[in-house]
Design a protein around this ligand. Structure first.
Ligand code: C2E
Ligand code: MG
Ligand code: MG
Length: 592
């Protein structure tokens, strides 16, 4: 029997050879043969060598075969049927039962030529069938065809058709192989997750076809700076050099082997950021694109593929959170943070049923009369251990799942019940604003929740107002319009919150059935001294009034800010100057 370590295992892996075949080098495919007759193996080896197949491994002990196949991962297996110890039928069954070997091409060689045997073998999942004594030309052709088909199916399975880059499956295989190899060599490597900033927006504004062209252009630039070359056909780079894969719509992953420390990875990452920052010229447009990067390093950030990947993804999330165009390394503090987040998220799921949410109310004041004309309901979480938590801590977590929609429904119901209670106490009519997230608007969910709360608490739709953020502009224009028109038709007024911080398209603004704009407090903060803030606030007021929208200024803390806004004709304000958000009973005292 031949020694099993006939060549390094990594060279024999499916991924590596599938790539060689993709490049038309079928001859370098690895072939394994299992037969108890050494002479048969020698005959076939010679035949195949003659026609150019040099990677050949023969196994004469069938009980060793499965292990040899698992470790060497041949591209094709030639299998004898009649063998002592374990026969070819059973071996074939074991191969097909192994998830990693399910698709391995197996050509059965046997002297039993009866129809029944052939049928049974094909039924067990043999790819092809060859009778002994083997005809050399037939053998070579069958092996070639089997390999060609495998190369084709590998291509489908391991490559992205748009960019031609390796895909997620390839990357995952390659990653586990790199972990094994690095462990043996005591070497380090880096995983770099690259995500294109605001690609969703780009996709929606330019259309899928153009967005595809952008992705192709991006992948070419990434290839150039990650693999250090523009040409695709450098074989060695796939097995030992840097690889770039496209693992999701706008997500790429680079695997950088033999990185000594984070500074090496940082050099490549900076190259990537700079390459993407150069303007793209696509279909006559000049586009400015940026990317965010998260990096984890083996073995410091994890000793197995799953952990390394998870940590690179965590670093990417952190990088996206802090802004566009940023590079972030994974660090254990980051890990602590994400564990904390995870705990909080789990507890958040039970907060509604455990009745841990509270609504606070902040007055909205008319700027001419200085009377309280309404209020905004702002959520708080009475956490069993951590006390009263601000929405800035848990709303972003809730937004990552459907939970945010459930929370929105709870807020609508709770605010409506408060409106009914205040009315029964004989308080004057007031509008109560609730904050709602963009996904809640879609599929008629918001409409349904509003309708049922209004009916349940027997309140007027006019006593509710819904605040939306500018992220609503990222949705499909027609669907958003339809959903908002339905809400407006119900009689509930709509307000655009945090105006000026997001994606507002002014042309689009006109088409939405809005009643109010809220100027974000970041603009109010600089008033009246800061010239830019003053200019922005004046412009927003002029625009809003020309569109017949009322304007509420957020975050008014100073008398001088109030006077400035009064002079410009702003309609209402909210802010600590009058009151911070307070529980319902305290709010009643403010009215007195
Ligand atoms: P927002 O809707 O823009 O609410 C205004 C925020 O500004 C509130 O923070 C309020 O307390 C704060 N604020 C008001 N006046 C002043 C002031 O004079 N100075 C300063 N520095 N701050 C002021 P809060 O309650 O922490 O809420 C933060 C954000 O959380 C809200 O911003 C809103 O986006 C979100 N949020 C709150 N409640 C809900 C909710 O029920 N559902 C959803 N989806 N989001 C909510
Ligand atoms: Mg709000
Ligand atoms: Mg706001």
């Amino acid at each position: 029997m031949e020694p099993l370590d006939h060549k390094p295992a990594e060279q024999a892996t499916q991924q590596h050879t599938s790539l060689q075949m993709q490049l038309g080098t079928l001859a370098s495919a690895s072939i394994m043969m299992v037969d108890d007759e050494p002479i048969m193996i020698e005959v076939v080896r010679t035949f195949l060598n003659d026609v150019g197949f040099t990677e050949f491994l023969g196994i004469t002990d069938p009980t060793q075969a499965l292990f040899a196949i698992q470790t060497n991962r041949p591209d094709v297996l030639l299998l004898d049927l009649m063998m002592p110890g374990i026969d070819g039928f059973s071996l074939l069954k074991q191969i097909r039962a192994d998830s990693q070997l399910k698709l391995l091409p197996v050509v059965v060689l046997t002297s039993a030529s009866d129809a029944q045997t052939k049928l049974r073998v094909l039924e067990l999942g043999a790819t092809d069938f060859l009778e002994k004594p083997v005809d050399p030309s037939e053998l070579a052709l069958r092996v070639r065809n089997t390999l060609a088909f495998k190369a084709y199916s590998d291509r489908l399975a391991y490559f992205d058709s748009l960019t031609g880059l390796p895909n997620r499956s390839f990357f995952l295989n390659h990653l586990s192989m790199t972990v094994r190899r690095s462990a043996r060599k005591n070497a380090g490597f880096a995983v770099m997750q690259i995500n294109i900033d605001r690609f969703k927006q780009l996709n929606e504004s330019l259309g899928h076809r153009t967005a595809d062209a952008v992705l192709v252009a991006i992948s070419q630039r990434l290839s150039a700076c990650i693999r250090g070359t523009d040409s695709i056909g450098r074989l060695a780079e796939f097995s030992s050099g840097n690889t770039l894969s496209r693992v999701g719509g706008d997500e790429f992953t680079a695997l950088l082997p033999e990185i000594k420390d984070s500074s090496h990875a940082a050099v490549v990452a900076k190259r990537v950021i700079n390459a993407i920052a150069r303007p793209f010229h696509i279909e006559g447009r000049e586009l400015f694109i940026s990317a965010s990067i998260g990096i984890s390093i083996y073995p410091a950030d994890g000793s197995d593929a799953e952990t390394i990947l998870k940590h690179a993804e965590a670093a990417l999330r952190e990088s996206k959170r802090t802004g566009t165009n940023t590079i972030r390394f994974y660090s254990s503090s980051l890990n602590r943070e994400s564990i904390e987040k995870l705990t909080l998220e789990n507890q958040l799921h039970r907060a509604i049923e455990r009745n841990e949410f509270r609504l606070f109310y902040q007055p909205k004041v008319d700027l001419r009369t200085l009377q309280i004309v309404g209020c905004e309901a702002l959520i708080r979480w009475q956490h069993p251990e951590r006390g009263l938590l601000s929405p800035n801590i848990f709303i972003p977590l809730a937004e990552q799942s459907h939970l945010i929609v459930d929370i929105g429904a709870w807020v609508i119901d709770q605010a409506s019940s408060q409106i009914a209670l205040w009315r029964s106490m004989g308080l004057r009519d007031m509008k109560v604003s609730v904050n709602v997230c963009s996904p809640h608007v879609m599929d008629g969910r918001l409409l349904k929740d509003l309708r049922s709360a209004i009916a349940k608490h027997a309140i007027s739709p006019k006593s509710l107002m819904v605040e939306l953020t500018e992220s609503i502009f990222l949705g499909n224009v027609d669907e958003v319009n339809q959903a908002l028109n339905n809400v407006a038709a119900l009689g509930v007024d709509l307000s655009l919150d945090d105006f000026g911080t997001g994606f507002s398209s002014l042309a689009y603004l006109k088409r939405l059935p809005l009643k109010e704009l809220k100027i974000d407090r970041s603009f109010v903060k600089g008033l009246p001294g800061d010239k830019d803030s003053a200019a922005i606030v004046s412009a927003v007021l002029a625009l809003a009034h020309s569109l017949n929208l009322q304007v509420t200024a957020e975050g008014v803390e100073l008398e001088s800010q109030l006077q400035f806004l009064q002079k410009l004709g702003c309609n209402q304000f909210q802010g600590f100057l009058r009151s911070k958000p307070v529980p319902a009973n305290e709010f009643v005292q403010l009215l007195a």
